[in-house]
Design a protein around this ligand. Structure first.
Ligand SMILES: Nc1nc(=O)c2c([nH]1)NC[C@@H]1CN(c3ccc(C(=O)N[C@@H](CCC(=O)O)C(=O)O)cc3)C=[N+]21
Length: 313
């Protein structure tokens, strides 16, 4: 039998890059315009206050990026820097003070709190987050806001999942009827992400709804197989390059939420995602890079929530 060279040719796709950085800039511009209009119509200048405990280098970078983004959008971005030896009681008092300050519309307690904090005992993170006034909870971490989201009537949408919803919407990637696999079940990303994509009416962001969602995690049996069954694969595990090319179906859309600092082999550090980018690139139809993917969207949605908080105040 003659060998048909067309059939034997190894087909490898090269995925379209989903440019989170560009989409984030677009959203930040929109929020900036809305902020100007709001202030011109007599509204207060929206104010976001980030609380940063200790000196974690990554947290410093994030908080600085947030402050810069606020400034560009006409939002008053403040950072309260507290020493690493701050106690639980002192931190709760700081948050209460911000709750009571009418000039502050959004409060963000930067996570993670320092491990050896609160006099070596560690912080009770949940108790701190529960102290934030739900009307100022621009992270959407408070039980009230999580509950409202769960019921499909959100007040604030959590920033990272909302950023992903916006990216899918603006890149015209429909999730309706598709199988989405979310790897990771954190309160910050995995759980709300799954809820938002599965919900009925689009209350959590435009037309991005009606997906069939699987939540996978470290205990999932046959994880690779489950991932391969995804039309849209969302990786939010926090393990560098854990999702290999063998876990990605041909033509899948891959959203990489991971931001991991690893040694670059030249004495420095580089950022990698939870997905092996080079391998996934050959399988996926579209993929987010790290950096320049989901990270910048998180900050854009934080600005959006701060404006919303100011409008609702
Ligand atoms: N209360 C609270 N809310 C948060 O939203 C929150 C937090 N704590 N703690 C830490 C995580 C992480 N996070 C990021 C935001 C932007 C980028 C980002 O812009 N990343 C750039 C690269 C930045 C770099 O060079 O390190 C990118 O992916 O292109 C990354 C990570 C928000 N977080």
């Amino acid at each position: 039998m003659a060998i048909n060279s067309d059939v034997l040719e190894v087909k490898s796709m090269t995925a379209r890059l989903l440019d989170g950085k560009r989409v984030a800039a677009e959203i930040r511009d929109e929020v900036g315009n809305e902020v100007r209009a709001f202030v011109q119509s007599g509204g207060p200048t929206p104010c976001l206050t980030a609380v940063l405990v200790g000196e974690d280098p990554a947290s410093q970078v994030y908080v600085r990026n947030k402050a810069k983004a606020c400034e560009k959008a006409g939002i008053d971005g403040r950072t309260m820097r507290l020493p690493a030896d701050t106690t639980q009681i002192q931190l709760v008092e700081v948050v209460r003070g911000l709750n009571a300050d009418p000039a502050v519309h959004g409060i963000l307690v930067q996570l993670p709190l320092p491990a050896g904090g609160n006099g070596g005992q560690g912080f009770n993170e949940r108790a701190i987050l529960d102290t934030v006034d739900p009307n100022k909870d621009v992270d959407a971490f408070s039980p009230v806001n999580v509950g409202l989201l769960m019921q499909g009537r959100p007040r604030f949408l959590p920033c990272t999942p909302h950023g992903i919803v916006q990216l899918l919407h603006r890149e015209k990637i429909s999730v309706a009827g598709k199988h989405v696999v979310v790897v990771g079940r954190s309160d910050i990303v995995g759980k709300p992400m799954a809820m938002m994509l599965a919900q009925r009416d689009g209350s959590c962001g435009r037309e991005v709804a009606n997906a069939t969602v699987t939540i996978a995690h470290s205990r999932t049996a046959n994880l690779a197989e489950v991932c391969r069954s995804a039309d849209i694969l969302i990786a939010a595990v926090g393990v560098p390059e854990m999702i290999g090319g063998d876990m990605v179906a041909d033509g899948a859309v891959v959203i990489d939420v991971g931001i991991n600092r690893v040694e670059d082999g030249a004495g420095g550090y580089k950022l990698v995602g939870d997905v092996n980018f080079a391998e996934a690139m050959d399988k996926a139809s579209a993929i987010t890079p790290v950096p320049g993917g989901v990270g910048p969207l998180t900050i854009a949605m934080l600005l959006h929530n701060t404006l919303l908080a100011a409008k609702q105040s």
